[in-house]
Design a protein around this ligand. Structure first.
Ligand SMILES: Nc1ncnc2c1ncn2[C@@H]1O[C@H](COP(=O)(O)OP(=O)(O)O)[C@@H](O)[C@H]1O
Ligand SMILES: Nc1ccn([C@H]2C[C@H](O)[C@@H](COP(=O)(O)OP(=O)(O)O)O2)c(=O)n1
Length: 238
């Protein structure tokens, strides 16, 4: 067992960074290639936000959000090929990506009671994955708060312009607001996520930073797989 009580060969990869840097795409591909589980912590904050909106709780009222934060039953599926997220038994993987949820999720994520409840669920998923070889966890505070003793910590970054172009490329129909509006919304959310008091978006001191602006997704995936395999070799020699 290592210091965290995990089997020595269990791997935890923490991938943090702002929106549109490639966290989800990279995390799922790395988990698939290395035979690890996968957890999208952003989807959990989105699911909590979706529940607040669905139950007429004002996301801008931290006391109301805190009071209700223990009520929804959230369940994340950790198969990187088919990740799932449900609230009170209902699949919400689609609704949590709505513009309304995206506009409210930073406020809900800033509430300490929301964070402590979701971090507890995230750590339980990490512990459960240990017997299956380990897990890739993506988010904003994985390397700093959720799993500070992660085997490998990655911080993905990219220019706001590159991130907006990528995110805008995903928005279709009524959700397509144009790349400039997308960039402004991203920058606003980055500021909220990195400016909050409780476990803000931040690069862990021991994280490897990768600027993905001018890299292809395959190049980023290859770089992260290489880092994980190098750390595994170092540990086996240690
Ligand atoms: N390095 C990259 N180059 C080009 N497109 C990318 C790159 N990384 C991710 N993408 C694309 O950008 C979009 C957002 O990627 P995603 O993984 O959802 O980012 P995040 O999880 O950080 O918000 C997706 O369409 C993805 O395919
Ligand atoms: N570990 C995490 C993950 C997400 N959040 C918050 C901050 C983010 O703006 C929202 C949504 O995260 P998500 O990863 O789904 O957002 P993007 O896909 O990067 O745009 O949740 C957080 O506070 N802590």
């Amino acid at each position: 067992m290592d210091t965290a009580g995990r089997p020595r060969d269990a791997v935890v990869v923490a991938i943090d960074g702002p929106s549109g840097t490639g966290k989800s795409s990279t995390s799922r591909a790395v988990a698939t290639e290395l035979g690890l589980r996968y957890l999208d912590t952003g989807a959990m904050y989105r699911a909590m936000t979706w529940w607040m909106l669905a139950n007429q709780i004002d996301p801008g009222d931290p006391v109301a959000v805190a009071t209700a934060s223990g009520k929804p039953v959230l369940l994340s599926g950790t198969d990187p090929l088919a990740p799932t997220i449900s609230v009170d038994g209902a699949d919400v993987s689609g609704p949590i990506r709505s513009e309304e949820v995206t506009a409210a999720v930073s406020a809900v994520s800033a509430v300490p009671e929301v964070r402590s409840r979701l971090v507890e669920l995230q750590r339980a998923a990490v512990a459960a994955a240990a017997s299956a070889g380990g897990i890739v966890v993506e988010g904003r505070d994985i390397g700093t708060t959720v799993v500070p003793d992660a085997t490998v910590k990655i911080y993905l970054n990219a220019s706001p312009e590159a991130r907006a172009a990528r995110r805008n490329g995903e928005l279709t129909g009524a959700r397509a607001v144009g790349v400039e509006a997308t960039r402004e919304a991203l920058v606003r959310r980055d500021a909220a996520d990195s400016g909050r008091k409780v476990s803000p978006l931040a690069k862990a001191e021991d994280a490897v930073e990768i600027d993905t602006t001018d890299l292809t997704l395959d190049q980023v995936i290859e770089a992260v797989v290489g880092l994980v395999e190098r750390r595994r070799r170092e540990r086996n020699l240690g």
